[in-house]
Design a protein around this ligand. Structure first.
Ligand SMILES: [Mg+2]
Length: 424
């Protein structure tokens, strides 16, 4: 018992309630990732305007080099329009397998050097460097990490370092291309103030227009506004945007874990040998899991299929694949695995599908060779599913599986997915 307690006095300052420990959060982002990988493979593409995406006239730009941006080209625009704006650009069909490979190489380096990191997309990482002695120590560490990645992978990468994820991400974007930026503690607001409101993560085209219509152009203006005004105009998002504009963000770095997965399995009431039916169930499961991925803005890089025979022996097989969440890529791979696995002419008691190695990302990555129509088809199907239920749109071949119940979004902190488990 200390002196104060001995006297029966409990001075509040004897408790460390008011000590605020600042975090040190690093954000790393590979510069024009797809473009950089293409240049690594073919050095003749260096310094030339480059478009990566669907190569047909109906394709979409997935990534574009800095040289093309001066012409008004941006990712997501129709390839045809991009070619018109920048006719001298070299157009390359994207290759998700090679991007996934290079993404994995970078991930391995970061995994070795940083204890707590989050892989937030195929080319983006957050790391919590809090507690690395002093801030300078963290900055030096981050610089060395960045140079190691550049040296070992040959890919340009930028970083931002600050007290939270949002400020670091904005700092990275300001640092680009191929550079780094540290925002010292206490300088978050002045750093953000002169920037366009568009640079705040979460301010998309629509929000930007709303804010512009209100005469808001710079972050500074939002900083000077009361929070509830923003909330009144933009609802709950307004509050978040106001906080971000003021450099406030408490979201934690979510550790990257290879075992992060979603899965589903189905035990049959009566063991079956009907291959047609088994395939139908697997297709339905895959379709549903892929939809879960897209709903959570996730991609998978590893699929597994398992079978339990009537003698209770369990067999499973997994396969690493390029990051994807597209049914038309996943379904054939699941069926291939099933074909390899199902080699006994024996009754089957259970089948299951699992997707793991999940990262955040958009399924556009797989549609390099597809058209805007293909993109909007996926979007339209998922829209119907959102409104009318998971099984409202199905492949005809998936109709075999009559019972996949409505499930929760596994990326909303809801319980893990166990679907297709209903007895038939
Ligand atoms: Mg990037």
């Amino acid at each position: 018992m200390d002196y104060f307690h001995f006297l029966g006095i409990y001075p509040y300052f004897s408790y460390p309630f008011f000590i605020v420990v600042n975090k040190t959060i690093l954000h790393l982002d590979l510069d024009t990732f797809y473009v950089s990988v293409e240049r690594l493979i073919n050095s003749e593409l260096k310094h030339r305007p480059l478009l990566v995406g669907g190569t047909s006239d109906r394709g979409v730009v997935a990534a574009c080099s800095y040289e093309t941006r001066a012409f008004g080209v941006h990712s997501g625009m129709p390839m045809k329009m991009a070619k018109e704006l920048c006719p001298e650009a070299v157009v390359i069909r994207g290759n998700s397998a090679s991007y996934s490979k290079h993404s994995d190489i970078v991930t391995e380096i970061i995994k070795e050097k940083v204890p707590v990191f989050e892989k937030s997309s195929i080319d983006e990482f957050y790391a919590d460097l809090s507690g690395m002695d002093r801030f300078f120590g963290a900055y030096k560490y981050a610089s060395e990490l960045r140079h190691t990645i550049i040296k070992e992978c040959g890919l340009p990468i930028s970083f931002g370092l600050s007290i939270n994820k949002v400020v670091s991400k904005v700092a990275t974007n300001e640092a680009k291309p191929n550079n780094q930026l540290k925002i010292d503690f206490g300088y978050e607001k002045p750093f953000l103030a002169p920037l366009s409101i568009k640079k705040i993560p979460m301010v998309g085209d629509k929000t930007y227009q709303t804010l512009r219509n209100l005469g808001i152009r710079q972050v500074k203006t939002v900083q000077q506004m009361p929070m509830d005004v923003m909330q009144r105009v933009l609802g709950a998002n307004g509050k978040v945007i106001w906080k971000r504009a003021n450099g406030i963000d408490h979201t934690p770095v979510i550790p990257f874990c290879d075992r992060k997965s979603i899965s589903t399995e189905r035990t049959f009431d009566r063991d079956t040998i009907d291959v047609h039916k088994l395939r139908g169930v697997l297709i339905a499961m895959t379709e549903n899991l892929a939809y879960q991925l897209r709903r959570g803005d996730k991609l998978t890089a590893c699929i597994a299929v398992k079978i339990r025979y009537s003698d209770f022996n369990l067999y499973s097989k997994q396969l690493r694949i390029p990051y994807t969440s597209a049914d038309h890529i996943l379904i054939p791979k699941v069926l291939d695995l099933f074909k390899i696995l199902y080699n006994k002419r024996m009754l089957v008691r259970l089948v299951g599908v699992r997707f793991s190695h999940l990262v955040s990302g958009n399924y556009q990555i797989n549609l390099f060779d597809d058209t805007e129509e293909a993109l909007s088809l996926y979007q339209a199907m998922d829209h119907v599913r959102k409104r009318f239920g998971d099984r409202s749109v199905l492949r005809a071949s998936a109709l075999e599986a009559k019972s996949i119940g409505r499930i929760q979004n596994p990326f909303n902190g809801q319980p893990p997915v166990v679907l297709a488990h209903r007895k038939q």
